[in-house]
Design a protein around this ligand. Structure first.
Ligand code: NI
Length: 179
């Protein structure tokens, strides 16, 4: 089932989400709904708090994504109670959008090299290193679990705005206007 996505300003996006305690049929249903919702909106990731579910649960990944046409593929991953370790002091600015902030993009500094992990849907543990856009996507979704939406990370607010105004010649604006 496609779920409604909360928009920035909703207090439920500002909560520190609760850990998942049991991986049961209800949780599997939430995960299936999250994938359906992410696909319907061309998202590259979705965190449970964005559909109003107060749990430390996120999904992300794609082979190719029309909203980020230049991004390298990111493995499709479901993570329960994820953790993050930053492996470098280097940060890189990159344009981010969010399904909870539709039609907008902002330039966000993120660590370029991380290690992350968490529990998979089958109960096993995953651990991985990531760089570049992959690391960015993880950090963005992980932030949602801690009540942080990307505009809170922008250092230069002149680099935040509506897609059609920031990138007037890009097909991205039309794409997001439809979703
Ligand atoms: Ni987001």
């Amino acid at each position: 089932m496609i779920r409604g996505i909360l928009k920035m300003g909703d207090a439920r996006l500002l909560r520190v989400a609760r850990p998942v305690e049991t991986i049961d049929a209800d949780l599997h249903r939430v995960i299936a709904d999250m994938y359906e919702t992410m696909e319907a909106t061309n998202g590259v990731g979705l965190a449970a708090p964005q559909i109003g579910i107060d749990l430390r649960l996120m999904i992300f990944g794609f082979d190719a994504n029309p909203r980020y046409p230049d991004a390298e593929p990111v493995p499709v991953t479901t993570l329960i109670n994820p953790w993050l370790e930053i492996l470098t002091e280097d940060k890189e600015d990159g344009w981010e959008g969010c399904l909870s902030v539709p039609g907008m993009r902002g330039l966000v500094p993120r660590a370029t090299h991380i290690r992350y992990g968490g529990t998979l849907e089958d109960g096993t543990e995953l651990q991985r290193e990531a760089f570049g856009f992959h690391a960015r996507v993880f950090q963005h979704e992980f932030d949602h679990l801690n009540g942080v939406v990307y505009p809170q990370r922008i250092k230069d607010m002149t680099q935040f705005g509506f897609i059609e105004a920031l990138f007037p010649d890009s097909p991205l604006a039309e794409l997001e206007a439809e979703t």
